[in-house]
Design a protein around this ligand. Structure first.
Ligand code: GLY
Ligand code: MN
Ligand code: MN
Length: 433
């Protein structure tokens, strides 16, 4: 992305900060075992404002500071460490490549940061995200207060800026929409590949490998979340990630997997027959979930509220559950008593962006918020049918979810994940082709 985009985001945030100072740390590295760390993934808020990909860094914004408003604390260049662990931007790089006005060694932050708090009234930070860092921040604030007798005044207010920043992140700008479209394309290709290679006798992890091969090949840095590759009854476990069972002829395979590209997630689910051909009961349940998904996507329009797609989906699912004889009574009774939740126990979607369950409020006070152009959400209805005695055996252990990523536009919903087939005919054609 063009550096001016990050500059614009910082300016926008600073305009809302008055006489404050914002302090935002990079995510700490996470040990995996022994001398091994998990692959590093920047904190989304930090990256949204800085584009800086390294750990051990702190971004400071001080609106109106004469010597420069954007200060970066980061690691210094170090030939030995760089030979072992990889390149660093260093203090010069923070300025030349990331547009910091000033940069300081991260090791000096305890000496320098209290001074930057002088005469600022408010500190803005993302309270609770990195508790250890919050403690250090309180320590710096206490330190500056202890200098009161020498005429120095420190901030009296600590403000959680998450709300302001997350409202910015919720509405995706043109450059973000472009990346999210590309993430959708990469993930769609991976799902198509999974459909094409799938066959009875393969293992779930082998399909996972095919998906993630396509993610990485497409330039994705990581899966946006642990891939769910769930054959048969495993499809009824919402977050099944063991991915170790053998795929059985006659079962369905539910795949919930999405690539992350430049810190933007995609999140796609498809459910298809392991052998390429739906059985009549599988098809009957599938058509209901698909109709619910279409109804929910149709409700993703500017001016509708957040809950409208969910209501549209459960309306269709309830009709279907009654039709199949899985529920009894009237639709009004199912909706009123919530009995459909035995088969559909999650909501129809969530915001999608830098985090797979992205930031942004869903309600204002007690009201669902309205959908606006630029918001991205998932639409992911499902039905999960347990093998209980009172349930017609032909539907036992069928787990189906269909999930797409939807950009709200003034012209209606844009499906970012449209390149994976989802009708019964299209899926069967691709698998048998
Ligand atoms: N893949 C996680 C979700 O669909 O919410
Ligand atoms: Mn999702
Ligand atoms: Mn998902």
């Amino acid at each position: 992305m063009n550096p001016s985009i990050f500059q614009k985001r910082r300016s926008e945030l600073m305009e809302m900060m008055e006489s404050g100072i914002a302090i935002i740390p990079a995510a700490p590295e996470q040990p995996r075992n022994g001398d091994v760390l998990y692959r590093y993934r920047p904190d989304s808020d930090f990256y949204y404002l800085s584009h800086f990909p390294e750990p051990e860094a702190v971004l400071v914004l001080i609106p109106g500071r004469e010597q420069g408003e954007f200060i970066m604390f980061c690691r210094e260049k170090d030939a030995t460490r760089e030979q072992w662990d990889g390149r660093r931007a260093g203090l010069e790089g923070a300025i030349s490549d990331y547009q910091a006005d000033d940069s300081f060694p991260i090791d000096d932050i305890d000496d320098i940061l209290p001074g930057l708090l002088e005469n600022r009234e408010k500190v803005y930070c993302g309270l609770g995200r990195h508790p250890e860092f919050d403690n250090r921040l309180l320590h710096w604030m206490t330190e500056i207060k202890s200098r009161a007798k020498s005429g120095v005044s420190g901030p009296g207010e600590l403000i959680d800026f998450s709300h302001i920043l997350h409202e910015m992140r919720l509405v995706k700008r043109a450059e973000e929409r472009k990346i999210m479209r590309q993430a959708g394309r990469i993930s769609a290709k991976a799902h198509r590949r999974a459909m094409q290679v799938c066959a009875p006798g393969m293992y779930e992890y082998q399909i996972e490998a095919e998906l993630e091969y396509e993610f990485r090949r497409g330039g994705s840095q990581y899966p946006a979340y642990p891939s769910i590759v769930a054959g048969g009854v495993n499809g009824c476990i919402l977050h099944y990630t063991e991915n170790r069972d053998k795929l059985t002829d006659g079962d369905l395979l539910l795949i919930d997997a999405g690539a992350e590209l430049d810190c933007y997630a995609s999140d796609i689910t498809r459910t298809f027959p392991v052998n390429g051909k739906f059985t009549p009961p599988q098809k009957a349940v599938y058509e209901i979930v698909l109709a619910a998904q279409h109804a929910a996507i149709d409700a993703c329009v500017v001016g509708n509220h957040w809950d409208d797609p969910h209501q549209a989906a459960i309306d269709v699912l309830c009709d279907g559950l009654l039709e199949l004889g899985l529920c009894e009574g009237t639709k009004a009774q199912l909706l009123e008593a919530g009995t459909y939740r035995r088969f559909y126990m999650h909501r129809t979607g969530h915001w999608l962006g830098m985090d797979v369950h992205d930031v942004g409020d869903y309600k204002f006070e007690d009201q669902w918020r309205l959908l606006e152009a630029g918001m991205v959400l998932t639409v992911e209805p499902g039905l999960y049918i347990p093998a209980d005695e009172d349930i017609d055996a032909q539907y036992h252990n069928i787990g189906i979810r269909i999930e797409d990523d939807i950009l709200i536009t003034p012209k209606g919903p844009e499906v970012l994940s449209s390149e994976v087939p989802k009708t019964v005919t299209d899926i069967e054609e691709l698998m048998q082709g």
